[in-house]
Write a protein that binds this ligand. Structure first.
Ligand code: BES
Ligand code: MN
Ligand code: MN
Length: 462
C-alpha cells in the first residue's frame, strides 16, 4: 500500500497530463463528423496500453468503431481479470453552457473537489475512469506486483449502444476468457464514502413519429378541423403516466422484480440528504412514482422519459402553422427481469393503439439492453470492498445505480463471469452534461485502489 501511494505521488503530474492529452481528442461516437477522432482515440488507447506494459495489443476491426484489445499473461494458471471501458464520449452540446471548451481540458476547483478536477467531455465518463486502469497496470508492472493475468477490452460505441461490442464478444469468447470483469464506468456516494454498484438498469430507447396531414397547413384555415400531430403527440405522451406516476403501458410491470421490505430497508441505510439533492438541482421538490422514495425511483423502479421532442416551427418569431409531423425520442429504464425487446414491443403496440384516427404513428426502436444485479458475496465484490476499505478507511456500501451499461448483462451471458463495477465518479461530475469533470482526488484514488483489487482477488481466489 505504501509503495502504491508513493508511486502515484511520484508520477501523478504525468498521469494527469497523459489523461489531458487523451481528453483533447473529440471521440464523439454519435456524430459521424468526429469519426476520424474516434479512430485516433482508439490508437492513442492502444499505444498507452503497450507503454503501460501489455505484451500484446491489437486493434480489432468491427462493423463499427474498433475495439482495442490488450493483454499481459504472466501465468496461465493464475486468474485473469478482464478490464472493460469505453473511449467514446457523449456529444458536448449545448456548447454555450460550458465554462471552458469541452475538448480543451483544464483543472479547476469546485466545492466538492477542492484539490481540483479536470473539466472536459469524457473526463469522468469514461476516459478518466478507463485510464485509471491503464495507469494501475503501469504501476503494477513497474513495481513488479502484478499478481495475475490481465486483459483489456476498450470499445468506442458505448454511448451509442455497443452494437459492435456485442458482435465482438460473441465471436471472441476464448480470447476474452476471464475470471472476473472489472469496470470503472459508474459512480460512488462521495469522496468520504465509497460504494460499489451492484445493479444497473436496462434500457429500451425508441423514436416516435406522428404524421397528420400530408403537408404543413395554415393554422387559421385548418386549425380546429384536423388533428395537429404536435398536440396529439403531447397528449399521447402525457397519457403514458397515470396520476400516481405509474406507467400505463399494459404489461409494463409484469416482470418487474419487486424488492423485499428487508432489501428496501437495507437500501434506505445508504447516506442520502433530500435537501442537498434538491439544492444541487435547484428544484423545489422531487417528483416520481407514488410509493417509492427518490433512491428507489432512480434505481429499482422502471421509468419512461422523453429525451427530445420536436416538430413545427421553432425559429425566431411566430409562424402560424400546423405541422405535418411531430417527433419524440423516448427512453425507458428497465429493471431486472424486464426483457428490453419485449418492453419495446409492448410500447410499440400501446403507443400505436392510443393514436386517434386522424394521425398515423411510426415507432422506430434504437437500442436497448438488459438490467443487471450482482450479489455481494462473490469473491470479486469482497476483493473490491477490501480494496476500497484500505484506500478510503471505510468499507464500501452496495448501491444499485439508475444508469445503464447494457453490455454487462451480455458479458455474463456470453462470458459466464461476474462484473465488478468499481466506479470513482460522483453524481455532481455532470456526465453527459455541460462542464463534465473528474476529481484529481478520484482519479488518483482509483489508480491506488485498483491494484489492491487485483491483490485481494488473487488472494481470495486461492
Ligand atoms: N457510464 C455510463 C453509465 C452509468 C453512469 C452507470 C453512472 C451508472 C452510473 C454510460 O456511459 C452511459 O451513459 N450509458 C448510457 C446507456 C447507453 C446505451 C447510451 C446511459 O445510461 O444512458
Ligand atoms: Mn460510461
Ligand atoms: Mn455515458
Amino acid at each position: 500500500m505504501e509503495n502504491i501511494k508513493s508511486y502515484v505521488q511520484q508520477h501523478k503530474d504525468r498521469f494527469i497530463n497523459e489523461l489531458i492529452e487523451l481528453l483533447k481528442i473529440p471521440s464523439v461516437s454519435a456524430d459521424t463528423a468526429y469519426s476520424q477522432d474516434v479512430i485516433d482515440t482508439a490508437e492513442a488507447v492502444k499505444e498507452s496500453l503497450s507503454k503501460a506494459g501489455c505484451d500484446y495489443v491489437e486493434t480489432c476491426d468491427t462493423p463499427g468503431y474498433p475495439i482495442i484489445y490488450g493483454e499481459k499473461i504472466i501465468d496461465p494458471n493464475l486468474p485473469t481479470v478482464l478490464v472493460y471501458g469505453h473511449y467514446d464520449v457523449q456529444p458536448p452540446d449545448p456548447l454555450e453552457l460550458w465554462t471552458s471548451p469541452p475538448f480543451e481540458p483544464v483543472i479547476k476547483t469546485t466545492d466538492i473537489h477542492p484539490e481540483g478536477a479536470i473539466f472536459a467531455r469524457g473526463a469522468c465518463d469514461d476516459k478518466g475512469q478507463m485510464y485509471m486502469h491503464v495507469k494501475a497496470l503501469e504501476l503494477m508492472v513497474q513495481s513488479n506486483t502484478l499478481p495475475c493475468n490481465v486483459k483489456f477490452m476498450i470499445e468506442g460505441e458505448e454511448e451509442v449502444g455497443s452494437a459492435s461490442l456485442a458482435w465482438f464478444v460473441e465471436r471472441n469468447q476464448e480470447k476474452l476468457k476471464n475470471d472476473v470483469i472489472l469496470i470503472s464506468d459508474t459512480g460512488m456516494i462521495s469522496n468520504q464514502q465509497p460504494s460499489i454498484t451492484t445493479g444497473l438498469r436496462g434500457l429500451s430507447y425508441v423514436e416516435v413519429e406522428v404524421t397528420g396531414p400530408n403537408r404543413d397547413l395554415h393554422s387559421g384555415l385548418y386549425g380546429g378541423a384536423v388533428a395537429n400531430p404536435i398536440n396529439i403527440l403531447a397528449k399521447m405522451i402525457a397519457s403514458l403516466h397515470d396520476e400516481n406516476n405509474h406507467i400505463t403501458i399494459p404489461g409494463f410491470y409484469d416482470k418487474v422484480q419487486e424488492l423485499s421490505a428487508e432489501e428496501r430497508a437495507e437500501m434506505a441505510k445508504a447516506p442520502f440528504s433530500l435537501e442537498k439533492y434538491k439544492n444541487a438541482l435547484n428544484i423545489a421538490d422531487v417528483y416520481g412514482e407514488k410509493g417509492y422514495v427518490t433512491n428507489e425511483r432512480n434505481s429499482i423502479r422502471p421509468t419512461l422519459d422523453v429525451n427530445g421532442i420536436w416538430g413545427g416551427y421553432t425559429g425566431e418569431g411566430a409562424k402560424t402553422v400546423i405541422a405535418s409531423k411531430a417527433f419524440a425520442k423516448i427512453s425507458m429504464r428497465l429493471v431486472p427481469n424486464q426483457e428490453w425487446e419485449e418492453i419495446t414491443e409492448l410500447f410499440t403496440k400501446h403507443f400505436t393503439s392510443i393514436a386517434p384516427a386522424g394521425v398515423t404513428v411510426k415507432v422506430t426502436p434504437h437500442h436497448g439492453g438488459q438490467g443487471y444485479v450482482t450479489p455481494i458475496d462473490s469473491i470479486g465484490y469482497q476483493a473490491a470492498n477490501k480494496a476500497y476499505t484500505e484506500t478510503f478507511g471505510v468499507p464500501a456500501i452496495p448501491v444499485r445505480s439508475g444508469g445503464s451499461i447494457p453490455i454487462v448483462a451480455l458479458f455474463e451471458k456470453e462470458l459466464k463471469s461476474k462484473t465488478i463495477l468499481m466506479g470513482f465518479g460522483l453524481d455532481s461530475d455532470a456526465i453527459h452534461s455541460p462542464n463534465e469533470h473528474f476529481g484529481i482526488f478520484n482519479y488518483l484514488k482509483g489508480i491506488e485502489t485498483i491494484p489492491l483489487f487485483y491483490k485481494y482477488f488473487v488472494e481470495l481466489s486461492k
